[in-house]
Design a protein around this ligand. Structure first.
Ligand code: DGJ
Length: 543
């Protein structure tokens, strides 16, 4: 090669490196979680992002044709994100042969409809069962071992005590994450990944297969003991209590350390499920480090482990899951029960930001999302089987309001300037302090003139959120609420200076009517009637 040609090649190579460097410097990081005050925000393309989501019914995304009419409706419902399963049986129909067409199709369609995606890995477990594993796993229970009940009966679900099971699942997830890195690292259509779905052992609290029995006789891993010891006094009450009753032992088998019983069986199983998930998540993140979470099936009152899916990422097992699975960013509740506020509170801790990947749909989803974001700085919310919602349902209005308010929410969340309210007949009022003011929020039906059928039970759920705009200025969004104000110091009286209805457009307030006279009960309160979803801005004064 002539010297001249060599020099030319060198120049091209240097230029190539330079362009690569500039591109990498300019490129947005892939989605990540970031602390903001006491809150945690999901950052997408370097900006905070509120997941106004909906999860598809389990089978919808297996057919592109079936999905065709659904895609445009999701946008009409004001969703910005759709939660979509990735079916192991579809992406790896033959062992080691991957077919990404179903994943590529949903990503393409989501982009065309201006939606982000959260992928749900339906891998080893889906609601305790293993119905989404490919046929080559289903039909080979010698290689891919199943869990077993105490009675000796094998169940269809895979055991987490099998390296072969784990390696097969891990291979599929790493393949998926590598694929996402290739096709989506610039566009970031996919913003998070759920690993497995509602893990938990049914019928018994733990697995009794021979591999499980071996593990049960082994010493409790020192990693877990060290983690628990470092947090003694601040562990989940059931765990702390069980360990304490057994003398806070720091070595020995599971029964030596925690005593004999269902609690111990569940702790043991939680550790092993979580270790399995950890290996998968860590390997997946090694390819492409999206935030990852697991979801929990909750506990019906009075149910015991095994009657409910034992050992899932539940509040009383949070310490064990967090010790075992540091690559999992969030432990998330699927809230189908009416005590929505209780479960949200249990899952929202200083180590676990709240994200709700599944919840029941109408009639309460609209107030639930406002409450979860106002009271718990939730990263997002997603009713299940969203394709069965109608764009006319209240959720559309609630998501529209949240989209308008999100710049204000991002600035103020984690700073003590956000509140949420959830009201029904059993909880008709809530009181809280915002700045210098005591805010009392009551259900619309508590008001004598409300048109609600007050004597018929149950009352519909009402609620919303409040944002502190300034010392004497608050913004309320929601439905079915009446708000009165008192100064926190108790000396003066708080009066309403003005109430405006309106909307935020690109962070600019566009006011509608000034609500006075009958609309504010002659200056006594702020009211958003039941059934209407509104934003109202109130200025207060003292006299
Ligand atoms: C919870 C599961 O996680 C979903 O996949 C779905 O099966 C729903 N239950 C059905 O209610």
């Amino acid at each position: 090669m002539s010297r001249c040609l060599k020099k030319g090649c060198l120049q091209i190579a240097v230029l190539g490196c330079f362009i690569f460097l500039i591109n990498s410097l300019l490129a947005e990081p892939i989605p990540f979680l970031q602390k903001h005050g006491t809150a945690v925000q999901l950052m997408v393309q370097n900006k905070p992002f509120l997941v106004l989501g909906g999860e598809l019914g389990n089978s919808s995304a297996s057919s592109s044709d079936y999905m065709e009419p659904i895609w445009p409706r999701l946008g009409q419902m004001n969703l910005n994100t759709v939660l979509v399963p990735v079916y192991w049986e579809l992406i790896e129909p033959q062992e080691g042969q991957f077919d990404w067409s179903s994943v590529d199709d949903v990503i393409k369609k989501a982009r065309a409809h201006d939606l982000r995606i959260i992928l749900l890995w339906f891998g080893s477990w889906k609601n305790s069962m293993s119905c989404y594993v490919p046929a080559w796993i289903k039909t080979d229970s010698v290689r891919f071992a199943r869990a077993q009940l105490q009675s000796g009966r094998p169940v269809e679900a895979l055991t987490p005590f099998s390296r072969t099971n784990l390696e097969a699942d891990k291979k599929a997830v790493t393949g998926l994450m590598r694929h996402l890195d290739r096709i989506d690292s610039k566009t970031n259509t996919v913003i998070m990944v759920q690993v497995e779905n509602e893990i938990g052992m049914l019928e018994n609290a733990r697995d009794y297969s021979s591999a499980a029995e071996d593990a049960f006789g082994q010493p409790v891993p020192t990693d877990l003991i060290d983690y628990l010891a470092a947090r003694k006094g601040a562990l989940a009450p059931d765990l702390e209590q069980t360990w304490k009753q057994n003398g806070f032992k720091t070595s020995g088998s599971w029964e030596d350390v925690f005593g004999r019983g269902l609690c111990t069986d569940e702790f043991f199983m939680a550790w092993h499920y979580a270790r399995y998930v950890e290996e998968i998540a860590a390997a997946g993140k090694n390819e492409y480090a999206l935030p990852m979470f697991v979801n929990a099936a909750l506990i019906r009152p009075g149910y015991k482990p095994g009657q409910y899916p034992s050992a899932g990422p539940l509040p009383h097992l949070m310490d064990i899951w967090q010790a075992a699975a540091p690559s999992i960013d969030l432990l998330s509740p699927d809230i189908y029960f009416s005590n929505f506020a209780d479960w949200s509170t249990l899952f929202h801790t200083d180590k676990n930001p709240l994200f709700i990947p599944e919840a029941s749909r109408e009639p309460d989803a609209a107030v639930h999302v406002l409450y979860a974001i106002g009271a718990h700085d939730a990263i997002g919310f997603s009713p299940f089987s969203i394709e069965d919602n109608s764009p006319q349902d209240p959720l559309t209005a609630a998501y529209g309001i949240l989209a308008q308010l999100s710049p204000l929410i991002f600035e103020r969340q984690g700073m003590g300037q956000l509140e949420g309210f959830l009201l029904d007949k059993e909880h008709p009022t809530m009181e809280t302090r915002m700045g210098g003011c005591i805010v009392k929020v009551s259900h619309d039906y508590t008001w004598a003139w409300s048109k609600g059928p007050k004597d018929s039970a149950p009352w519909p759920r009402a609620g919303g959120l409040a944002i502190m705009l300034d010392k004497d200025e608050l913004l309320f969004a929601g439905s079915g609420i009446i708000v009165t104000f008192a100064p926190a110091d108790g000396r003066d009286q708080a009066g309403i200076l003005t109430i405006e209805e309106g909307t935020f457009n690109n962070n600019r307030w566009i006011r509608g009517r000034i609500l006075n006279g009958d609309q504010s009960h002659q200056g006594r309160h702020l009211r958003i009637p039941y059934g209407s979803y509104e934003v109202q801005r109130v200025r207060l004064y003292t006299y």
